[in-house]
Design a protein around this ligand. Structure first.
Ligand code: HH2
Length: 293
């Protein structure tokens, strides 16, 4: 199993860590920590040193109540960070739902588009279809960040998330996007109550049955606070536990804030899982394009 992206073919035989870089003043857990380009670029380097396999760079928070940006402002925040991070030797993902930002990021050389709205905005799918190799992460949500937590009525949350993701992946395939470029994400915390998020984790194999690699974003999310009673700045152990549960049930990419801790946890999980399993580098990610690096 692998994920084909613009410059890199990512081997998913072992789970991969996607480090989060929020170039925002208002993200739910780290808003303002890397809001300026220089700080965000230093953060990218730190995450790669800590063992991140992929960097996910975003300029607009998706938390309810966060500022909604226009294309120009979102791009202004992330452009210098993307430019600098392109030389770090790991695949770069852009976390955006705006077609124009996707277009500019792909033109700049990013490897992956991570869209919490699953390329539903007009023009988004066409931009990915016009590209010959960029990877894409399709995430499930309902509505917009400002309305999503009022949209949590499901007869069977797992069935509905699976149906949505399956349909979106099929639309991409029809548009000519190869299956090996696509990964799916249930969208933990997006239009879901805590019990629904936990049910999606318990029944993750129903999402895997769609046949695509699964990316999960449990890191520091509110459900972990509901389970542990801990505020957002004390949810790292809970995040690691959720991440390990997810990979032991077949998830392949972990989108996390705490890269070093997650990498260590995965090393132990992996070492206990079979012989010859120790790893200390990001081997298995091959530069596949030979294009701009
Ligand atoms: N979660 C967030 C943002 N983007 N993308 C994917 N694929 N999956 C997720 O679970 C996901 C995501 C929210 O986390 P964060 O980026 O830390 O917060 P904010 O949106 O407030 O910047």
């Amino acid at each position: 199993m692998h994920w084909q992206t613009r410059r890199f073919r990512i081997d998913l035989d072992r789970p991969r860590v996607m480090g989060i870089v929020n170039v925002t003043p208002d993200s739910f857990s780290d808003g303002g920590q890397h809001a300026e380009a220089a700080g965000a670029i230093a953060h990218c380097k730190r995450l790669v040193d800590e063992g991140a396999d992929i960097l996910d760079i975003g300029g607009e928070s998706t938390r309810p109540g966060a500022a909604v940006l226009d294309d120009e402002e979102e791009w202004r925040r992330i452009a210098p960070v993307i430019q600098a991070a392109l030389s770090l030797g790991v695949p770069l993902s852009v976390d955006t739902c705006k077609p124009e930002v996707m277009r500019r990021a792909l033109e700049a050389g990013v490897d992956i588009v991570n869209d919490v709205q699953a390329l539903c905005r007009p023009g988004a799918l066409e931009i990915l279809a016009a590209h010959d190799s960029a990877g894409v992460c399709l995430m499930h949500m309902r509505g917009e960040p400002s309305t999503m937590q009022g949209l949590t009525d499901y007869a069977d949350v797992v069935a509905e998330v699976a149906q949505f993701l399956g349909e979106r992946a099929a639309r991409l395939r029809e548009a000519g996007i190869a299956a090996e470029r696509i990964v799916l994400d249930p969208g933990y915390g997006f239009a879901k109550q805590s019990e629904q998020n936990l049910q999606l984790l318990r029944e993750q194999e129903r999402l895997l049955a769609l046949g695509y690699p699964l990316l999960v974003g449990w890191s520091r999310k509110k459900t972990l606070g509901d389970v542990t009673g801990k505020p957002v700045n004390q949810r790292m152990p809970a995040s690691i536990a959720a991440a390990l549960l997810a990979v032991s049930r077949g998830a392949r990419i972990l989108r996390v804030h705490d890269v070093a801790a997650t990498v260590d946890a995965l090393k132990v999980w992996h070492a206990g899982d079979g012989p010859g399993a120790l790893f200390a580098d990001n081997s298995g990610i091959k530069n596949s394009g030979g294009r701009s690096q």
